[in-house]
Design a protein around this ligand. Sequence first.
Ligand code: SF4
Length: 310
Amino acid sequence: MSFSRPDIIRPPSEWRSYFLPLTSGCSNNTCAFCGFHGSRLQMRDIEDAKSEIDALSLFLRNGIRLPNIDGVVYAVAQRWDGKRVFLQDGDALVYPFAKLRDVLQYLKEKLPSVDRIATYATPQDILRRSPEELKQLSILKLSIFYMGVESGDDSVLQAVGKGVTSQELVQAGRKVKDAGIALSVTVILGLAGVEGSEKHALETANVLSQIDPDYAGALTLTLVPGTPLYEQWQQGEFHPISPFRSLEELKIIIENSSFTNCFFSSMHASNYLSVRGTLPQDKKKMLKHLDTVLSSKDPALLRPEIMRGL
Ligand code: SF4
């Protein structure tokens, strides 16, 4: 079966990148809240990926477009500054190591202006790689991993089918940092529903502190039709938290986490309020902002439901 180019799903900070697919779908397709749930993992033929790099290089140097290359390549290349590449898809780190190294080497040769390559990585992918392999990837400019933590609460991780424990999340995160690769993690406000809200927030703060990432982003749960969690909600088995409760969870996480130097934000479009700062130094300012909104309970201060995105 031929490889189908995936839609562009990327972290907000990768908006300036070129999107190079190596896989489609996610190897850990079991997360009950995620649009990748049940997706079929496809690996792209390495020669096909290299042809795209060749075409990109030719376009950037001479403005030549090849007829056999997908139009999306040129659409993205036209507004690209030649510096950053994001490897698609849900966890491109699952791409076989020797091939991944080969693609990175090829990018280095053909597009020497690229100075940063990024990928989503599941904790399982990271734990499968040896420290030496991660260092090799880092030398080849794969310098930032985006890893979903979602929750620090083992009962929540199990309930949503994340496939790892909180301690495995910590091990994976530390392994990335030890390899000299920058780490950006995400957590999901509201993932434990009403009943598990407090514990989810406290244990998430604990796991984030142990990982001590360079970047941490909070998302707010959005129930996606077709996912198991959406079905549980429809059946009355999952009780979503309110928008203001999501801000209380955010406050608990910020209050109880301890970082060396972490840019922490809730700027993602799924959130009801955008808070950002570098922790620990901006902790007081961020908590004050949250307290002001929480004490007012004014819905006009929140992002309207219709404006929330995935
Ligand atoms: S590992 Fe990440 S991309 Fe894959 S299903 Fe889970 S949340 Fe989605």
